[in-house]
Ligand binder design. Structure first.
Ligand SMILES: [Zn+2]
Length: 735
């Protein structure tokens, strides 16, 4: 950490003193040349450093010194050749445009690059050997040498855009020597032996994506220096860079931490710890975004003063650009969690996607923006690009996560396979999944952990309905999972209006679960005899907390008080096992889930919407739609909060319909019919009068009820159907 800070400080100080000392034109030229150096450095990073960080610990843990020796040779190839190209290109440019300032600066890049990047190589190598202390020593030498030499050159009047690179090359070399003393690569002189070929092949295979990435990355960001230089003048480049200097510490801080976190994330990923991985990444995103926001606020308040202070009045009139330039940092910070994640997943192609998304605006309107609004256009373009980067990377990360670390399915404990299950009276026979083909993948995502001890044998069985008849005949045929089409409904809060709702549901043949709090302090609640009646009619009764308190950030004692008494109390009332719970207002945390498991519940329903998939944690049962005229934004918020890729996709696919809940419900039902899945309707009956929803609900139930090939179950039964599907023993067949 300390060496990262040192390095960032050194870069910043160098840039700031140069901005102060150089004329605007000189500084613009230097900044332009430096952006070309950065381009070479991203190439270097792609071919050497990035593959090395990943391959080093994975493939060369036992032979690091000779691996590093081979990288050393590779280093000079990938720095000297492109450097020469830049220098020669600069001279050609100078011949045509009769200028010597830029060509000199570009030869500076040519001379400086191999040595400046040399330091980067050994610094990364020190991390590979887990010796941050060594990296720190190197960074200290680099920083001190850089700053001391800059001041020396300035005092002597030697400082030019060219010599600024020479200074950095000397400092890089000095630091490399210090690092190499400790890291000790083993040099070999067999240039292209098999081992070297393997290294090249591996690095190329990993790095080729990063090379392309580097190219688009440069187009997305630094291309604006070139665009500005060509559309107006290098003076604009100087201004943009000078303003960016004030924002850069944050980006450098981010890059520095990335280095530290990738190995950690790689290890989590290698362990296949999905939850730990995802949580870690989320936490990183949060911390980084918060830091960037804090920085933005600081800039908004002190920006002008800071510019004045740093540049001694030179660039103060451009301080208004600061917020726009800083927007870039905000988006980059917000994307850093996913950026670390895809690196750890060894999926650098995802970064390519993201940078490509960022490069598109630059290519499309970069020149236009710069011509139209000059520096401001450049700053705006950078902000747009970084937003595109953030959006694309977050999206690709979610997809990648869903693909590579699917929700883990635990083998079912195998409780309820016996004959004591009950189906609601109106359960409609279905013809599901009796395909003769042998399906190996019959897993469902729900791992229902039933606790034998909680199954009370004194609970009276409900009257046997038609379900028991076809239950007898069910055979142990594997269920083709994609054929499962399930309709379930659930209704919260135990209001008296539930009785009217139950009537309606019964008449349409749709079962449901009523989640009732024990002590509710508003409205008119269902009585005990109401609950008994609902239960006898085949509806499921579920718990909804003792007092409808939000089960979020509560102490274990508070959680116990809200959760534990519900189950026995409701079981006493209805004489049935209470298996399901519903989180009041959908709020819960890991402690709440733990408390529910301890209290013997089988699952719990959330308020996540737009889900139709069969894979979910039983204690995070999602829903599909709520009987409620939500505005579009509520769905978006809900989906963002739920952070599940399937909901996001549903939301995108149906975004036109989001403003009409009835239409949305029907279309989602259609797609469930077509593709399989669960269609879960929920709502609060006490809202139906207020929003005049009864008619629409009736129409909807007409639409979804009594369909062939659909399994109609209350929530608890749903978990059971899924678990039976998983055991390949519960194929529900048509009698
Ligand atoms: Zn509620």
């Amino acid at each position: 950490m300390a060496d990262q800070a040192l390095f960032a400080t050194s870069t910043l100080v160098v840039n700031i003193v140069l901005a102060r000392w150089f004329s605007v034109e000189q500084y613009g030229t230097y900044a332009l040349a430096f952006s070309i150096y950065l381009f070479l450095s991203t190439l270097h990073n792609a071919v050497l450093l990035e593959p090395m960080t990943v391959l080093g610990p994975a493939s060369y843990r036992k032979s690091l010194p000779s691996y590093l020796g081979r990288l050393l040779r590779l280093h000079f190839v990938v720095t000297i050749l492109p450097g020469l190209a830049v220098g020669i290109g600069g001279s050609v440019f100078g011949l045509f445009f009769k200028t010597s300032v830029l060509p000199a600066a570009l030869w500076g890049v040519c001379v400086g690059t191999p040595f400046m990047l040399f330091f980067w190589l050994w610094r990364r190598a020190a991390y590979l050997e887990l010796r941050p202390d060594v990296a720190l020593r190197g960074a200290a030498v680099n920083t001190l040498a850089n700053i001391a030499l800059m001041f020396l050159f300035h005092a002597r009047g030697w400082l030019t855009p060219f010599s600024a690179f020479v200074v950095q090359a000397i400092a890089g070399m000095a630091a490399s020597v210090v690092l190499m003393v400790s890291v000790r690569p083993r040099l070999q002189f067999d240039w292209l032996d098999d081992a070297m070929r393997t290294v090249l092949k591996q690095h190329w295979e990993y790095g080729r994506w990063v090379v392309l990435t580097a190219l688009v990355f440069w187009v997305a960001g630094d291309a604006y220096y070139v665009i500005l230089a060509s559309t107006s003048s290098v003076n604009d480049v100087a201004v943009l860079r000078a303003i960016q200097n004030l924002v850069r510490p944050v980006s450098q801080f981010i890059v520095a931490i990335t280095l530290l976190l990738v190995p950690w994330a790689s290890a989590r990923f290698a362990d296949r710890e999905r939850l730990a991985f995802r949580r870690g990444i989320n936490r990183i995103t949060l911390v980084f975004t918060a830091a960037a926001v804090a920085y933005l606020v600081g800039l908004a308040i002190f920006g002008k003063w800071l510019t004045e202070l740093v540049y001694g009045g030179k660039y103060t009139q451009f301080a208004y650009l600061l917020p726009f330039v800083a927007l870039t940092v905000l988006f980059v910070a917000a994307a850093e969690g996913p950026a670390i994640a895809v690196r750890a997943m060894q999926a650098p192609s995802e970064l390519l996607w993201a940078y490509s998304a960022a490069a598109v605006p630059t290519i499309l309107f970069g020149v236009f923006l710069a011509r139209r609004w000059g520096i401001m256009g450049g700053a705006l373009g950078l902000a747009i690009s970084s937003f595109a980067y953030f959006a694309m990377l977050s999206y690709r990360y979610r997809i990648r996560l869903a693909l590579t670390l699917p929700i883990v399915v635990e083998p079912d404990a195998g409780g309820f396979a016996g004959g004591d299950e009950t189906f609601p009276n109106f359960m409609i026979p279905t013809k599901i999944g009796v395909s003769g083909s042998n399906i190996t993948e019959t897993v469902t995502g729900s791992s229902v952990s039933r606790q034998e001890g909680t199954r009370s044998s004194v609970l009276e069985s409900p009257p046997a309905g038609p379900s028991s008849a076809f239950r007898e005949g069910h055979t142990r045929v594997p269920v083709r999972r994609e054929n499962l089409r399930i309709v379930t409904t659930s209704w919260d809060d135990g209001d008296r209006a539930d009785l009217r709702l139950a009537e309606l549901l019964r008449s349409k043949g749709v079962p449901g679960t009523f989640y009732v709090p024990i002590a509710r302090d508003w409205g008119e609640s269902l009585t005990h005899s109401d609950l008994r009646r609902l239960s006898v009619e085949g509806f499921e009764i579920g718990a909804h907390g003792y007092s409808h308190k939000l089960l979020w950030r509560l102490s274990p004692a508070e959680l116990a008080a809200e959760i534990e008494p519900c189950k026995p109390a409701l079981e006493d009332i209805v004489g049935q096992e209470i298996r399901m719970f519903c989180y009041p207002q959908g709020r819960y945390d890991a402690n709440a889930i733990r408390a529910l498991k301890e209290a013997g519940y089988s699952g719990a329903r959330t308020v996540r919407m737009l889900a139709t998939g069969l894979d979910f944690d039983p204690f995070e049962m999602p829903t599909t739609v709520q009987v409620y005229p939500h505005p579009r934004s509520s769905y978006l918020k809900n989906v963002i909060r739920g952070r599940k890729i399937d909901s996001v996709q549903t939301c995108l696919a149906h975004c036109r319909r989001l403003s009409n809940w009835l239409d949305l419900s029907k279309r989602l039902f259609d797609s469930t019919l077509q593709n399989g899945g669960i269609w879960h309707l929920y709502g609060h009956s006490w809202e139906f009068d207020e929003f005049d929803l009864w008619k629409d609900l009736e129409q909807l139930l007409d639409y979804v009820g009594k369909r062939e090939g659909v399994t109609y179950v209350p929530n608890g039964e749903l978990l059971q159907v899924l678990s039976e599907g998983k055991q390949a023993s519960g194929a529900v067949t048509e009698s």
